[in-house]
Ligand binder design. Sequence first.
Ligand code: NAD
Length: 287
Amino acid sequence: MSGVDGRVIIVTGAGGGLGREYALLLAANGARVVVNDLGGARDGSGSGSEMADKVVAEIREAGGEAVANYDSVATAEGAAAIVATALDAFGAVHGVVSNAGILRDVSYAKMTDAQWDAVIQVHLYGGYNITRALWPHFREQRYGRIVVITSTSGLFGNFGQSNYGAAKMGLVGLINTLSIEGAKYDITANAIAPIAATRMTADIASADLLAKLSTAFVAPVVTQLMTDECTDTGSVLVLGGGLVQRVQLFQNAGVQFEQPPTLAEVADRWAEITDMSAAVPAKNPLH
Ligand code: NAD
């Protein structure tokens, strides 16, 4: 196979926004797509079949293949049902874009446990539930393509998004290990941090800026990561408005103490310890 032609790809949260764009482009390139969406509001309240159905209809009208699913990624049962939809309709699953998401923005001082839990449940558990349900299939068929959606709010932080940022960085931690464990099975796992005009960003950026951030700029990169030919794994890409960048951790040369240092010795070398001016791409010191 080449590209995504004939591949069965699940896109979670594909009833609107970026997920819809991924589903449309994957289908236009020959993928058979499971359009999952719970069909609720931006904060995750409510549900319905209309959003996913509409995207499936769009794909079919354009001559593509798609099937709808309305289960929540927030539970293991929901994720299992999404995978079952794919297997029933197409007999296999080759890839997943773990995209479903909600927002409960609030400053840390005011955040309730319920606001923390709801966001972690959809984003972090959502990514966990769907990849966990797919992992045995991917291993058995010795092929899988995983893209999780992280965020600059996780990579860099953002006021009012401690719950969201923690969940989004959790997903980066997840793909870091899935990329290692999946390597010998041709399973890749990558993350993207999109920046695009959707209902999620409608009130946090100016109309002028949003006009430059079409979701159409993001979908080709997701499609590239889902292709047979793309074997990159463990990468994080930040993209929006036409700019596509890879980000990664950097580290400096550091300071080596031969004996456990005193507090004064640490303080003495602190400027050297924290200076990143000559930093290079970071490597796991345990490997
Ligand atoms: P969106 O609200 O349009 O899309 C999210 C979709 O997920 C919705 O259609 C929603 O119904 C669905 N969903 C929510 N909870 C679900 C659940 N439990 N199960 C299944 N579906 C569920 O917003 P978007 O901007 O398109 O966001 C898509 C993804 O991109 C999210 O993960 C978001 O965090 C991420 N993201 C977006 C931006 C951006 O600039 N728009 C930036 C960084 C990250």
